[in-house]
Design a binder for this molecule. Sequence first.
Ligand SMILES: *[C@@H]1O[C@H](CO)[C@@H](O)[C@H](O)[C@H]1NC(C)=O
Ligand SMILES: *[C@@H]1O[C@H](CO)[C@@H](O)[C@H](O)[C@H]1NC(C)=O
Ligand SMILES: CC(=O)N[C@H]1CO[C@H](CO)[C@@H](O)[C@@H]1O
Length: 365
Amino acid sequence: MNNTMSLPMLFVLLCLLVPWGCVVRANEGGESQLVNFLENKMQTLDPDTRADQSTEQTNTTLDIWMELRMLRDMVVEQKVEMRHMEARLKETEMQADEQKVDLILTKTTLEELKKDSTVIKERLKNSEKQGEDLKRENTDQKAQIEILRSRLDASERKMEELKVDLKNQAVKLLSTMARVAASENELQLLQPRIDNMEAQSTVQEVEVSALKERMNTTESAVDFLMKENSKVAFYAALKDSKHVGPYNTPTVLKFSKIFTNVGKAYSPTTGFFTAPVKGVYYFRFTVCSNTADNKLMAVQLFHNGKSIMFNVLGSIEDHFNYISNAVILELNIGDELHMVLPEDKLLYDDNNNQSTFSGFLLFVT
Ligand SMILES: *[C@@H]1O[C@H](CO)[C@@H](O)[C@H](O)[C@H]1NC(C)=O
Ligand SMILES: *[C@@H]1O[C@H](CO)[C@@H](O)[C@H](O)[C@H]1NC(C)=O
Ligand SMILES: CC(=O)N[C@H]1CO[C@H](CO)[C@@H](O)[C@@H]1O
C-alpha cells in the first residue's frame, strides 16, 4: 500500500529532472530500488560534499534539491495523510466486518423469514380456501336459514293458536279443578260412611261367599235328595186280621204288609203317604169284603184331609167282592194322601193279600 500512488509520480519527476540513470521500472518491485537511487543521488548532490563543482551545476543542484525537499515534505505530509487514511480505513474495515456479521445475521434472519413467509403463504392459501368453503357454506346456510325462518314463522303462528287454545283449556281446567275440589270435599265427608260401607261390604262379601258355599252344599244335597226322592214306589196289603170294621167313625186304613216301599213315602204305621217331591203320582187300590150279612163295603180316599173319592158296593150276596180304582194326582212336596174306611162299613183281608194299596211317582214337576 505504501507510496503506490505517490512514488510513481515522484519517479516521473526525477526522470524529467535527472535524464541519466532512469532505468528503474515503475511496475514491479521498483519501490526499494527507487529509494536507494534517491539516497545515492542526494549524497551525490549534497552541496557540502561537492562545493568545488561549477556554479551552474550548483544552481541546478540547488533547484533540484529545493524541489526534492519540497517533494519530501509533500511525501511526509502524504504519509501522515496516509496514516490517517489507514486508520480510517481500518476503522471502516472493522465497521465493514461488523456490518458483514450483521449482514450474515440479517441474511440468516431473512432466510428464516423467507421460510416463515412460505409457510405463512401456504397457510394463507389454505385459509383462503377455507374462506371460500366457508363462503359457500354460508350461502347454503343462508338458504337454510330462510327455510327455517319461514318454518319458524309458521310454528310461531301455530304456537299463538295453541296459546289461545291453552288459555281456554286452562279456564276449563280451573273450573274442573274447582268442581273436583268440591267433589273431594264431599268425598272426604262421605269417606267415613264409605269406609264403613266398605267394611260392611267386606263382611257381607265374606258372608255371601259363606252363604254361597252353604247354598252349593244345600243345592247339591237337594239335588241328591231330589234324585233319591224321585225314587218313589210302594205296594202294601192291609192286614191278616180278616174282618176290618165296621166302626162307628171313619177309620184310617193302615196297609201294614209292605211289599215295596222305595223312598219310604208311605208309612204303614200311620197309613199316610207323604209326597217327597213335587210331581205327578199314580195311586191305585183294591179292597175286598167277605160277608153275606148285608153289611156294605166302602172305601174313601183323602188328599190333604179332603175327600177325593168314595167307592161303595151296594149289594153283597156272595162272600168275596172287590172294589178297585186308580187316581192320578199332581202333588206338592209334603202333600198327604190316605185311605179311610167309612163308618159302619167293613173290609176284609187275610194272608192272601186281598186288600192292597199302591202308588208311584210318574214324573217330577
Ligand atoms: C258351587 O258349585 C259349583 C259346581 O257345582 C262350583 O263351580 C262353584 O265353584 C261352587 N261354589 C262355591 C262357592 O263353592
Ligand atoms: C201274602 O203276602 C205275604 C207277605 O206279606 C206272603 O208271604 C204270602 O205268601 C202272600 N199270600 C199269598 C197267597 O200269596
Ligand atoms: C550560469 C548561471 O546562470 N549562474 C548563476 C548562478 O546564480 C547566480 C546568483 O544566483 C547568478 O549570478 C549566476 O549568473
